[in-house]
Ligand binder design. Structure first.
Ligand SMILES: O=c1[nH]c(=O)c2[nH]c(=O)[nH]c2[nH]1
Length: 296
């Protein structure tokens, strides 16, 4: 029996970075959370404490800030690709890098009907995300969004499910459908125009949620993914996680009031959790695209 070192990586997690573009009096704010991780030959550090291959997590953090100053940010996918390529090019024993970025949206405050030059408000809880994985010369880009909360006040049914001993749920032909979308989509290539693609995929997801008359959240999820893949051949695969944010009618009969689908209670837990991957059958191989921060 021997004990051996398994897959490993190390980096700086959650580097918070705000970049202000002051090249015009109309400032632009970019607000990021960046996590880096390096892969390669780091056995000695783990096995004997020999740090001669360790590009410190402190240096990785410094690189992120310095690159933001030297080259600006641009689209988060391109910023992540620049960083990953730098790390992999810096020492021969660094064979791969994973750079994950979350971007928080800020919108201009409107003053006297006009957008302000340098005053902003956070635009909700929604985040744009990317994970760039470099494996030698091969680059893999997975982009997405999280915290996109959507609701339909009608146009959703749920019936036709089997009834076992424990099934109590009533069938319904009209219910509220609400969810918080986490979507991550894998691009087929790394040399794309990522800004318009993000906007387009997001719009495909949101408009399909609105358009589809839902028979199940599962059906809505699939149709959202299918629409995005149909519209954007650059997207190879999309993975979605959508909690069913249940809305329950309140029983108002103790107060001699009816409740014709007007007043709901919204417990935040438990929630149904609907998750699926929608993919092309001819998608290029995913490689290490989905390897997480936890090395799964
Ligand atoms: O759209 C739904 N899918 C389910 O699988 C499910 N299960 C449940 O109790 N309600 C719902 N709604």
């Amino acid at each position: 029996m021997a004990i051996v070192l398994g897959p490993n990586q190390f980096g700086k997690a959650e580097i918070r970075l705000v970049h202000v573009d002051r090249t015009s009096p109309v400032h632009r704010v970019t607000d990021l959370n960046v996590s880096t991780a390096l892969r390669g030959d780091f056995a000695a550090a783990h096995l004997t404490g020999d740090n001669s291959h360790v590009l410190t997590t402190d240096a990785q953090k410094n690189t992120v800030y310095a690159f933001a100053r030297e080259h600006g940010i641009g689209e988060i996918e391109n910023f992540a690709l620049r960083l990953a390529r730098h790390f992999v090019g810096s020492f021969p024993w660094i064979g791969g890098a994973r750079v994950e970025i979350e971007q928080f949206a800020w919108e201009r405050i409107t003053v006297d009907g006009a957008p302000h030059d340098h005053a902003f408000r956070r635009a909700g809880a929604e985040k744009r995300t990317t994970v760039v994985t470099l494996h030698g010369d091969s680059a893999y880009v997975v982009s997405g969004l999280a915290g996109l909360v959507v609701l339909k006040s009608t146009g959703s049914e749920f019936w036709g499910f089997p009834r076992d001993h424990y099934t109590t749920l009533a069938e319904t032909t009209d219910r509220i459908l609400a969810t918080e979308v986490t979507a991550r989509w894998r691009y087929a290539r790394a040399d794309l125009d990522f800004g318009p693609l993000f906007t387009g995929v997001r719009e495909a997801l949101v408009s399909t949620f609105a358009r589809v008359h839902s028979l199940a959240l599962q059906q809505t999820l699939y149709r959202m993914g299918e629409t995005a893949l149909t519209a954007y051949p650059e997207v190879a695969e999309i993975r979605m996680s959508m909690p069913n944010k249940h809305h329950f009618l309140v029983d108002l009969t103790p107060f001699d009031l009816d409740n014709p689908d007007v007043v709901y209670q919204v417990p935040d837990r438990p929630y149904g959790l609907i998750e699926a991957t929608v993919t092309r059958d001819d998608a290029p191989a995913a490689g290490p695209s989905w390897t997480s921060r936890d090395l799964d």
